[in-house]
Design a protein around this ligand. Structure first.
Ligand SMILES: [Fe+2]
Length: 186
């Protein structure tokens, strides 16, 4: 399920929560963030290669490439036993920006984006079929949780793929992580 919580930036992550997709996408759009629901109906094995994921979603990938002119595409596929899961989680948990806009298509599982826009943080729990586009230079971080499980196609207009500038802020420590956020929804 996709959810959005909008909270003051200098607080504990408590805020207004939205669960209706059309409301979520409208509120995000007001902040310059696009969230769309795409088809993600392919059943892939847990250890599906990036090539297999891209092949399954070739039609969507081609559509997005044609629309945005992306230069590179890759796949992040994380299972709880992924050898670099802890290290990757730690990297994405630090607030950062990109010179490129960040486009992610969740084809399986879920992950929690925290978008720091002006004096607010938009916590977006993305799930299967969600396509999110975060504007360039938007400070943000991401949590996959302590038992991560998701497959996500990433699109870049830069040929070198993922490059981040870390802000050095510890704001992420003020907010609930993926585990506490998702358990608070239950
Ligand atoms: Fe990012």
């Amino acid at each position: 399920m996709t959810t959005l919580t909008i909270a003051p930036a200098q607080a504990d992550g408590t805020g207004e929560i939205f669960t209706d997709f059309s409301v979520i996408s409208a509120r995000l759009l007001e902040a310059g963030v696009r969230l769309e629901r795409w088809q993600a109906g392919h059943e892939l094995p847990g250890d599906a290669s990036p090539e297999a994921v891209l092949a399954a979603y070739r039609e969507s990938v081609d559509l997005l490439n044609a629309h945005y002119g992306f230069q590179s595409v890759d796949v992040v596929s994380i299972t709880p036993d992924h050898p670099y899961a802890t290290a990757m989680r730690g990297t994405f948990l630090k607030e950062h920006t990109h010179a490129d806009f960040e486009v992610r298509f969740f084809v399986e599982g879920s992950g929690l984006f925290y978008l720091h826009i002006d004096d607010r943080v938009y916590m977006v729990l993305c799930g299967r079929g969600d396509l999110i586009s975060i504007p360039a230079n938007t400070p943000h971080w991401f949590d996959m949780g302590s038992s991560p499980a998701f497959k996500c196609i990433r699109f870049f207009t830069a040929p070198n793929g993922w490059e981040a500038d870390f802000t050095g802020s510890d704001i992420a420590t003020l907010f609930p992580d993926f585990d506490s956020y998702t358990s608070s929804l239950a």
